[in-house]
Design a protein around this ligand. Structure first.
Ligand code: FES
Length: 120
């Protein structure tokens, strides 16, 4: 099995606490878009894919949070998700969760670890 692919997203200092940002990783082994949210508790990352329809969550680039900034909000039908675990707590997909992505900080850089797909 191939070792995981480590992809650098950005310098951690460029991601302010309380902010969110999307990244296009469609050319990586992940083959998807993701977004990250930084809070006082850490950085959380999910695939940019709403469990309701499979569509993206942001209505303008890098806007993934509600006005209060305490929940992730889907732009299409306003489902609300907890930042810390991606669980939907309001909206048409209550009880379902966003798909988490493994992020870590290496030398002040936010990185994502992606399992390489098995060879066919
Ligand atoms: S597509 Fe996200 S709530 Fe409907």
């Amino acid at each position: 099995m191939m070792p995981p692919q480590i992809i650098e997203l950005c310098r951690l200092e460029t991601l302010a606490e309380g902010s969110s940002r999307g990244f296009d990783l469609s050319a990586s082994a992940l083959r998807d878009n993701i977004f990250v949210v930084r809070t006082g508790a850490g950085v959380f990352a999910y695939r940019n894919c709403c469990p309701h329809t499979g569509g993206p969550l942001d209505w303008v680039p890098n806007r993934f949070l509600n006005l209060e900034g305490d929940l992730i909000q889907c732009a299409t039908h306003a489902a609300l998700f907890r930042i810390e675990d991606g669980l939907c707590i309001a909206g048409p997909c209550v009880g379902q969760s966003l798909s988490a992505v493994n992020v870590s900080v290496r030398a002040q850089r936010l990185c994502v670890s992606v399992e390489a797909p098995d060879e066919p």
